[in-house]
Write a protein that binds this ligand. Sequence first.
Ligand SMILES: Nc1ncnc2c1ncn2[C@@H]1O[C@H](COP(=O)(O)OP(=O)(O)OP(=O)(O)O)[C@@H](O)[C@H]1O
Ligand SMILES: [Mg+2]
Length: 258
Amino acid sequence: MTNEIILELKNIVKNYDGKKQVINNISLQIKKGETIALVGKSGCGKSTLLNILGGFECVTKGQALFNGQEIIKPTRQCVMLMQNYGLLPWKNVRKNIEFAFEGIKLAQKEQQERTDYYLGLVNLTENEKTMPNALSGGMQQRVALARALVMKPQVLLFDEPFAALDTFTRYYLQDELVKIKNEEQTTMVLVTHDIDEAIYLADRIIILNQNSGEIQKEFQVKLSIPRERASADFQYYREAIFKEFQFTQEQQTIEFNI
Ligand SMILES: Nc1ncnc2c1ncn2[C@@H]1O[C@H](COP(=O)(O)OP(=O)(O)OP(=O)(O)O)[C@@H](O)[C@H]1O
Ligand SMILES: [Mg+2]
């Protein structure tokens, strides 16, 4: 991680169709190479925030910046990975990855080398000719990941990327992300409901508050990588984060009783 700021939110506010503010005065600076996890209850605005960073939604007030420039539309430098993988069913694994090069000028040799490299990085070299319908969910997500990586984006955005997968496939893919983080120094922003996933992957965990639309709490995860899920330190973060959620629940109950 460097000290250079790659993504910045300055006092942003977001409301849809003039209704209640989903995001209320959030400011955040993300450093190059940093991994951020966004957590919070359903409807608290995690996807909205991610969509603003990806250029899919605009802010109502404030500024969202990527390398100092206002984010106004999606770019190949800041790629979003969806939960449904978005693979083309009529193209095999290799062709799905190569689809990323569509519309950009890149020498054939470079395209081939990058595809080979990232197929290897996500452990799919032997499956390059397989069609998507013959792949498991975890493999499909790895193809989607390789397709994003061949573009060598500066930022990867993930909206609950592993939510549909079983625990062991999740663990495996989380390790893939750790590997990518080490090898590519890509900046990552990850929305997740899984607190362990957030602690395992993130340098910083941001908890959004559903009621106020603000950042409720921020945790700097000061654990060395690779992280040990069973360690006492890991447990410390888990408890601290759970406490945050209990706290808001108590608050809501009190308000409700009044
Ligand atoms: N396009 C839209 N138009 C109107 N309202 C929207 C739109 N997208 C989201 N919202 C509203 O904004 C709020 C935040 O939604 P968002 O999808 O960002 O939440 P989330 O934290 O990602 O939730 P989840 O964990 O369930 O995915 C919700 O109340 C939602 O109904
Ligand atoms: Mg969401």
